[in-house]
Design a protein around this ligand. Structure first.
Ligand SMILES: CC(C)(COP(=O)(O)OP(=O)(O)OC[C@H]1O[C@@H](n2cnc3c(N)ncnc32)[C@H](O)[C@@H]1OP(=O)(O)O)[C@@H](O)C(=O)NCCC(=O)NCCS
Length: 382
């Protein structure tokens, strides 16, 4: 048997033609296209088609794909009723997970997992997530969910659902880029969870529920909200360096287990695969700066820059996608506990792509554990 690797680090756990991560160079490719090239030239809907179908759609195909997404728009009545019944302090990701679980019960293709049925479900899930996330954000703030003009792009439609009015083209473009940057990332924890579910031949909704559940933790997508909460807690650029120093300093003298506590780490830094700052972080840093300037939220950007410099001076940990995206979310008026839901609205494209790929060429994912417990022994007389 292969030697055990903690956290499956660097273990090849599957083959995929969707996404390539070059951790040494900090580069990311979707089906061979570099992420910066995609964000500069391709809208999120076409990126989704690329991830699912393998090639960038031509003009006609792109229109047909957008029309399919557009036709799925609207918050299903049962999901709306469910959200209305939830305690108002329910975490947005818990509301989302529960809504997807409920949607499985009335999806017309629930019991089918052939390629066409899966594609129809993927389209519905692409829409269900933003509809649910936006509706819950309104309901928990005492507002009524709204509908939005169907002519809007995916990103603009979502922002309209959240805010009750269409965003400016500039703001819609920012979210479009953010969604593409989050759309996929190889075998990250939530995508792996989705593929494990699919490999048992559980259905697509089950896979997406597994993925949302896994995204929530602070080692993964949950770091997004921790970053924004941290920057707000620091409050002033002049306090950033001291904050970093005291958080890193507090780690000295702690056991490895204690150092693993998210409160003892600086969220938004470190990565299992990247050794250097990645391309997504570079794009987000630029956007965070211009968005912060455009919305008068420069102070938070300044705090983020100071934290970044303080981490650079003291560690070799790369900055990750969650760090500057939190500044962008703040400039968009998004509160900390809503950040990871936006991540999910983008990543559902990748979850579905990987699920479709797994369905197309499946074998049960069932690794082994190296047993380290007691040797076989008899139960003593009792
Ligand atoms: C992303 C992450 C989970 C990767 O984990 P990993 O590859 O398993 O790396 P480890 O948790 O083994 O960390 C390796 C060492 O770097 C330290 N480290 C990693 N990230 C750190 C951070 N953000 N702040 C402080 N120390 C960090 C660890 O404490 C560990 O040292 P130790 O064992 O002496 O305590 C980890 O870097 C992290 O927790 N980052 C903060 C949360 C975050 O931003 N998550 C989003 C990822 S996109």
């Amino acid at each position: 048997m292969e030697a055990w690797k903690a956290g499956l680090e660097d273990v090849i756990a599957g083959r995929s033609a969707i996404c390539q991560v070059d951790g040494e160079a900090g580069r990311l490719y979707y089906r061979g296209y570099e992420i910066g090239d995609l964000t500069a030239h391709v809208p999120f809907e076409d990126v989704t088609a690329l991830l699912w179908l393998g090639e960038l759609p031509g003009a006609g195909e792109s229109e047909r794909f957008k029309a399919r997404l557009g036709a799925a728009r609207g918050l299903p009545g049962p999901v709306r009723d469910l959200l209305q019944s939830l305690p108002r302090d329910t975490h947005p990701l818990d509301a989302l997970r529960t809504a997807v679980s409920l949607a499985a019960t009335f999806d017309p293709d629930t019991r089918a997992s052939d390629p066409e049925a899966n594609l129809r479900k993927a389209v519905r899930l692409m829409i269900l997530l933003p509809e649910t996330v936006a509706a819950w954000q309104r309901i928990r703030n005492g507002k009524t969910p709204v509908s939005a003009p169907t002519s809007l792009s995916h990103a603009a439609y979502f922002l309209n659902l959240v805010d009750g009015h269409a965003p400016s083209p500039e703001v819609a473009r920012v979210l479009d880029v953010v969604l593409t940057l989050h759309a996929d990332h190889e075998l990250n924890a939530s995508t792996f969870a989705a593929r494990v579910a699919v490999a048992t031949l559980a259905d697509l909704h089950a896979a997406i529920v597994s993925a949302i559940s896994t995204l929530k933790g602070p080692r993964h997508g949950g770091a997004n909200e921790d970053v924004l909460a941290m920057l707000l807690e620091i409050g002033e650029p002049s306090r950033a360096e001291r904050f970093v120093e005291s958080r890193l300093g507090a780690r000295a003298g702690l056991s490895k287990h204690e150092r693993g506590n998210p409160q003892m780490r600086v969220p938004g830094f470190g990565h299992r695969v990247y050794r250097v700052d990645d391309a997504r972080a570079r794009v987000l840093r630029g956007m965070a700066k211009s968005m912060a300037e455009a919305t008068g939220r420069q102070k938070l950007f300044e705090i983020a820059e100071r934290v970044y410099d303080a981490m650079r001076a003291r560690t070799t940990l790369p900055v990750n996608v969650d760090f500057f995206s939190a500044v962008v979310y703040d400039a968009l008026g998004i509160p900390p506990d809503f950040c990871t839901s936006i991540f999910a609205v983008g990543r559902v494209a990748g979850w579905c792509a990987h699920a479709l790929e797994q369905f197309a060429d499946n074998r049960l994912i069932r690794p082994r554990a190296e047993y380290i417990g007691p040797a076989p022994r008899a139960v003593a007389a009792r």
